[in-house]
Design a protein around this ligand. Structure first.
Ligand SMILES: [Zn+2]
Length: 293
């Protein structure tokens, strides 16, 4: 009888140990122990994600950190599907177009680039050889490709990939009937209904207008930084009253799956191919005279 109890106890302990060792690793960089971080880096095939948001007004009804909250929700859920290590909260992007609004944090361009470079350098020093920056904010859409291209300026042992704003117009998407919808409109509000419904103040949606005020009439061929303020001086664009939870669920699902696909590609053979090609390129830049013509 005693022996049987011992056998059962040992079996139980072994079983618990096995369960413990198979415990799923957190996708959050900051939640891993140092030894789990090493294991996670292996599981992630040296792939890490850096979701980037911003602090800016989001209409009269959504929080200042909406882009950060939404992009982190999408990136973290994608990482649960396709394991990568996700860097902590990062919101040091380009937002010079909303400095007139309360709560905007707009660091100088020099600092944005320097901080982002030092962040990816430090991530790479810790094993992230394939870094996917995931953008959640329209104002970063020019900055991040420039940053990725600038990585070729000097040799490095890691590759930066940029996953820009998601392409959500896919077959089956519920209609939204919001013709402007560029910032804090029906789409973003619908996303928030899924990611952080507790932070929405839907009773405030009609207290300001998000219509296009069209105050600068220039040919489409010209770009100027004040274009956005000319259209939307209240930093609000769209009609959030058209938001629906169905649209939010559809879009967030599309977004999460698309980021997970990107993680899978970067973790796999083509992610490694990007490193090989970048190394080949850096090798040739040392002595261009030797580059075969
Ligand atoms: Zn936004």
């Amino acid at each position: 009888m005693y022996l049987r109890r011992v056998v059962v106890l040992v079996a139980f302990l072994l079983c618990s140990l096995a369960t413990y060792s198979q415990e799923k690793l957190s996708v959050h960089w900051e939640e891993l122990t140092a030894s789990d971080f090493i294991k996670g880096m292996g599981d992630a095939h040296n792939t890490c994600a850096l979701p980037i948001g911003i602090l800016e007004k989001h209409g009269p009804h959504m929080p200042i950190g909406t882009d950060l909250l939404n992009v982190r929700y999408a990136a973290l859920h994608a990482a649960e599907k396709e394991y990568v290590i996700v860097f902590p909260e990062y919101y040091f992007g380009q937002i010079f177009e909303a400095r007139q609004e309360p709560g905007t944090i707009a660091y100088s361009l020099d600092l944005q680039l320097k901080l982002l470079q030092e962040t990816v350098n430090e991530m790479a020093r810790n094993g992230c050889k394939k870094i996917v920056i995931i953008n959640g904010h329209g104002g970063n859409e020019s900055l991040l490709p420039l940053f990725a291209q600038a990585q070729l300026a000097t040799p490095k042992d890691f590759v930066v990939f940029v996953y820009g704003l998601p392409r959500l117009e896919v077959p089956g998407r519920p209609a939204k009937n919001d013709s402007v919808d560029m910032h804090a409109g029906s789409s973003e509000t619908s996303h928030m209904m899924v990611t952080h419904p507790e932070l929405l103040k839907m009773d405030k949606v009609n207290t300001e207008s998000g219509r296009d005020q069209d105050r600068l009439k220039l040919p489409d061929s010209l770009y100027t930084g004040i274009w956005w303020y000319a259209k939307f001086p209240d930093h609000f664009s769209g009609d959030p009253s058209k938001a629906t939870r169905a649209l939010g669920e559809f879009d967030v699902n599309t977004w999460v799956n698309s980021i997970a696909d990107a993680f899978k590609a970067v973790k796999g053979e083509q992610g490694d191919q990007a490193i090989r090609l970048q190394n080949e390129y850096f090798e040739k830049t040392i002595d261009p005279i030797k580059t075969k013509q």
